[in-house]
Write a protein that binds this ligand. Structure first.
Ligand SMILES: [Cu+2]
Length: 197
């Protein structure tokens, strides 16, 4: 993108072309999104780092994958893993065993991948909003929580590429006291649990 001087006609045309391409392929992003999340509790339980991870390869995934920190997994490899439970590089950190944080602490939710994900509090794990990817979880029915607007109030937030979001444990509707289950509504094998104590 630095090939053209900022503001030049060539630069503007290049940006326009990129935007058009993105719009055309945006629908595919949902099919191919990935999350990996890493969680580390620090400061005596007052801070929890949660990552949504993936390793999408932009060359084969196309425009739905960008700024991928580790572009190691091709679209074919990703697709081959769907019937086997979903690609293991698409995950939250902390993983399924989860983590805990003290009430009043800060959960930082960060994208660590090249595809968008959601971080959605669910009453039980289930399917997401992309039928083709629900094969990875035995075609489980779509979770109703995945069909709400993506807002903190709904406990259903989008994790765009490059994003960093913070939520207050015990106060945010996303993080009530007790143990909650979370999944990605695009890649439903991405699951974790967080306890607010
Ligand atoms: Cu995901």
């Amino acid at each position: 993108m630095s090939l053209f001087p900022p503001g030049s006609l060539t630069s503007r045309l290049a940006r326009f072309a990129m935007k058009r391409r993105f719009a055309v392929t945006a629908g595919l992003v949902a099919l191919l999104g990935t999350i990996a999340v890493a969680v580390v509790a620090k400061d005596g339980g007052r801070f929890l780092d949660v990552r949504a991870r993936d390793h999408c390869d932009p060359v084969t995934f196309g425009a739905i994958c960008f700024n991928s920190p580790e572009p190691e997994v091709t679209l074919a490899e990703f697709q081959a893993a769907i019937p086997l439970g979903g690609h293991e590089d698409w995950k939250f950190n902390p993983g399924r065993s989860g983590a805990s944080i003290n009430a009043g602490g800060t959960l930082q939710l960060e994208s660590d991948g090249g595809i968008r994900h959601t971080f959605t509090r669910v009453a039980a794990f289930g399917g997401g909003i992309v039928p083709a990817l629900n094969v990875a979880v035995g075609n489980a029915p779509v979770r109703p929580e995945c069909q709400t607007a993506q807002t903190e109030a709904n406990g259903n937030v989008l994790v765009p590429q490059g994003s960093v979001q913070q939520f207050r444990a015990g106060t945010s509707p996303l993080l009530p006291r007790g143990t909650s289950l979370y999944q990605c509504c695009i890649h439903p094998w991405m699951r974790t649990q967080i306890t607010v104590r």
